[in-house]
Design a protein around this ligand. Structure first.
Ligand SMILES: NC(=O)c1ccc[n+]([C@@H]2O[C@H](COP(=O)([O-])OP(=O)(O)OC[C@H]3O[C@@H](n4cnc5c(N)ncnc54)[C@H](OP(=O)(O)O)[C@@H]3O)[C@@H](O)[C@H]2O)c1
Length: 243
């Protein structure tokens, strides 16, 4: 494997994912820009390269087995391996999504991207990650997926909208990540969850109060953890997020 650290960021053509690519690129890493739309991906790679990032495009739809499998082959061919995977791509499923009124197909579609997509991409990339000296997996979650914050118990205030697809998809992702951490304990792979805070992006009609660059910071921290760093944990900038 090359000396240069190699990362893949899913959903890196815009928003927080793009800024994660900028931040990892600034470390001198080679960054795979995972994106499903050719034009949006090529435009992002061009912008990143203009900013000095060693970026390469990775056609990737996280809901599609063939696309994910082809992405793993492309990364092996073009970069020779993979050290860091940032599972950032996600959808909300649109609003409103009240539990009593929701169309079950919305829940299905959101889980397919936000949960099964992460499993699909992670498992396709694991053979490459296992060959790395310090593999890291960062799953972008949200504090709205915290059961403690959904319940508003104790010192925690209820967070996020009353919605039955997006917030529970992140609770599901949190549990899935814990199960990976359990299976991978004893290996050198560290896998953690990050919440970027409420960031102004397409995801929320740009109503968030933080910049995408600020939102990317937690992913950069978790992507660069030392070998004795945590695994199976959930962090925001201020520290651990309650489950
Ligand atoms: N923004 C916030 O306030 C906030 C808060 C908490 C957590 N988060 C989390 O942070 C992460 C990034 O969110 P964001 O705010 O940057 O959202 P965003 O601007 O909407 O970007 C989402 C990215 O995911 C991609 N994507 C969606 N479905 C995909 C698929 N099937 N295959 C490949 N890529 C796909 C999108 O690609 P297209 O351009 O092709 O649609 C886009 O690049 C998400 O995991 C989100 O849940 C965000």
């Amino acid at each position: 494997m090359s000396e240069q650290t190699i990362a893949l960021v899913t959903g890196a053509n815009k928003g927080i994912g793009y800024e994660i690519a900028v931040g990892l690129g600034a470390l001198g890493w080679k960054v795979g820009v995972g994106a499903r739309d050719d034009k949006r991906r090529e435009a992002a790679v061009e912008r990143l390269r203009a900013a000095g990032v060693d970026a390469f495009g990775v056609p990737l739809d996280v809901t599609d087995d063939a696309s994910v499998s082809a992405a793993a082959h492309l990364i092996e061919e073009q970069a020779g391996g993979l050290d860091v995977l940032v599972n950032n791509a996600a959808v909300t499923g649109g609003w409103p999504q009240q539990p009593t009124l929701v169309d079950p197909d919305i829940i299905r579609a959101v889980v397919e991207t936000n949960v099964i997509g992460v499993v699909r991409v992670t498992n396709a990339m694991l053979p490459l990650l296992r060959r790395s000296a310090s593999p890291r997996i960062v799953n972008m979650s949200s504090s709205v997926g915290s059961l403690t914050r959904q319940a508003g118990t104790g010192a925690e205030q209820t967070t996020g909208p009353v919605a039955v697809a997006y917030p529970p998809s992140k609770s599901f992702l949190n549990a899935v990540t814990l199960q990976y951490a359990r299976e991978l304990s004893g290996t050198n792979i560290l896998i953690n969850l990050g919440c970027p805070g409420y960031v102004a992006t397409d995801l929320n009609g740009f109503r968030g109060v933080r910049t995408p660059e600020q939102g990317a910071a937690i992913a950069i921290t978790l992507a660069t953890l030392p070998d004795d760093g945590p695994t199976g944990q959930f962090f925001e900038d201020a520290g651990p997020v309650p489950w």
